[in-house]
Design a protein around this ligand. Structure first.
Ligand code: 5AD
Ligand code: SF4
Length: 466
């Protein structure tokens, strides 16, 4: 990235620090914001201490996530004031992401130190906003538009390498309006990127050494993008095409809605070997009454049917999910129905949350809110069972041989960490000198042990355990 900057204007790069909260789409957006800012001379730094520009890429999904941003802004203001008082350089502070979109005005009131507020659909304009502030300070730049042009068309083609496993946003926004969720308001209506753009980006990633791509979207399996021949492709069509790209050995997608789990997509798990046997399929609740109040548009039986079809398409498919406990009106029986669903399906991994009322969403103003203590009890109970299931899933792998994509070094010398087909972090010890050379490669590993959060194994080279 820095060579690009020096080539473009010959000046010393300014320093950018981005802190990312929330979902994987924010991780992708942060990388793209760095690409945008590289075009005007910013290179990345690992801490805010020496940054000329700090971007907080925020999440609004639950209250806790949103509140964290304000505490971080408080700390940044202190840091900036201290640095300036000591004769150091100034710092621009930007709030991006879903808190920026949802609370633009509120940020102004609660955190006047913020210079830039930019929403998730407007960050391709970030370079202009920063340039104006670098020319003259003392005003605030705000852009929370949903511009008619797609940000994807305006983002620079040049991007910093993401490593062996990369995210690629193919779809954004949501039209489903679950009654607890802010996403349809913060990210806007469903939009699918044209297939040829996605393919071009996947080819660029592959050329930079990426072997595994996770296709991202708030409703990724509702993807219906323009195809190169002017028609429309489903997610299954797109996955098939992406699997033909040289170097792309693994494909995943997230997050899916049960209602959009179409037949052709289920069949892709049988037909496309590059599609990994692991699916994040949020169900939120196991009680029909609550699913209805959540406006999920399906029943528990519908979820069971989808799971069964998926498992007949691919016997080794593992599932992960999201759950909300304490949604307004949830009683003991409803919660027991969720526990029963969990026991019936069996999850390899899952995220679970206490319901958090979000301003502007229909469920927030319902008068049958569940007391915090009940929510906490239910969450602890649910997490207990989910953790047991995760440990059992990992433990069952011991003795098996699996393919692992190594994507990072471990904490100890000679330790490397990779991803199993089921997204388990897999730790392997090798000769110290060898460790780096294995990164970015897929190797066979014999699993010796499953742990709560992953696997431990040894490398098999030429049929021999190393
Ligand atoms: N309260 C708690 N959890 C929520 N989620 C979304 N909105 C809320 C909310 N208001 C959870 C859902 C979703 C995940 C990304 O976050 O489980 O799938
Ligand atoms: Fe939110 Fe529901 Fe849309 Fe998912 S499907 S982003 S939970 S509204």
């Amino acid at each position: 990235m820095q060579t690009h900057i020096e080539k473009s204007n010959g000046k010393k790069p300014m320093k950018l620090f981005i802190k990312t909260y929330g979902c994987q789409m924010n991780v992708y957006d942060s990388a793209r914001m760095a690409d945008v800012l590289a075009t005007i001379g910013f290179g990345s730094t690992a801490t805010p201490e020496d940054a000329d520009l700090v971007v907080l890429n925020t999440c609004h999904i639950r209250e806790k996530a949103a509140e964290k941003v304000y505490s971080e802004l408080g700390r940044l203001k202190v840091l900036r004031d201290q640095r300036k008082a000591a004769g150091g350089n100034d710092m621009l502070i930007a709030v991006a992401g879903c808190v920026a979109q949802a609370e633009g005005q509120e940020i102004q009131r609660r955190a006047p130190a913020v210079d830039i507020v930019v929403g998730p659909q407007a960050y391709h304009r970030l370079s202009g906003m920063v340039n104006r502030l670098l020319q003259s300070r003392g005003h605030r730049e705000t852009d929370t538009d949903f511009p008619p042009e797609s940000k994807f068309d305006a983002l620079p083609e040049e991007s910093a390498p993401q490593g062996p496993a990369a995210f690629l946003t193919i779809q954004e926004g949501c039209d489903k309006f679950c009654t607890f969720c802010v996403v349809p308001y913060t990210r806007g209506a469903e939009f699918s990127r044209p297939a040829h753009d996605v393919i071009a980006e996947a080819k660029r990633l592959s050329a930079q050494g990426t072997r595994e791509i996770t296709l991202l979207g708030q409703n990724v399996n509702a993807y219906h993008g323009r195809s190169p021949d002017g028609g429309t492709w489903s997610l299954a069509n797109l996955i098939q095409e992406l699997s033909e790209i040289d170097g792309i050995d693994r494909i995943r997608f997230t997050t899916s809605h049960p209602r959009d789990m179409s037949e052709d997509l289920i069949k892709a798990f049988a037909d496309v070997p590059a599609l990994m046997p692991y699916l994040h399929l949020p169900v939120q609740s196991g009680a029909d009454r609550i699913l209805k109040k959540m406006n999920r548009g399906h029943t528990r039986q519908f979820y069971f049917d989808i799971v069964q079809q998926l498992r007949s398409a691919r016997a080794d498919l593992a599932l992960s999910s999201d759950f909300i406990v304490g949604f307004p009106g949830e009683n003991d029986e409803d919660f027991e129905a969720t526990m029963d669903l969990v026991r019936t399906v069996g999850f390899a991994q899952a995220y679970s949350f206490k319901y958090s009322p979000r301003p502007g969403t229909p469920a927030a103003t319902q008068d049958d809110q569940v007391p915090e203590t009940v929510k906490s009890e239910r969450l602890a109970h649910l997490q207990d069972v989910l953790n047991q299931q995760q440990l059992a899933f990992n433990t069952e792998m011991s003795g098996s041989e699996i393919d692992v994509l190594f994507d990072r070094e471990g904490r100890k010398p000679g330790q490397i960490v990779g991803r199993s087909p089921w997204l388990q972090a897999t730790h392997v010890n090798v000769e110290n000198a060898e460790a780096k050379s294995l990164l970015g490669e897929i190797h066979r590993v014999r699993i010796s042990r499953g742990a709560p959060n992953g696997l431990i194994g040894s490398l098999i080279l030429d049929g021999e355990v190393a």
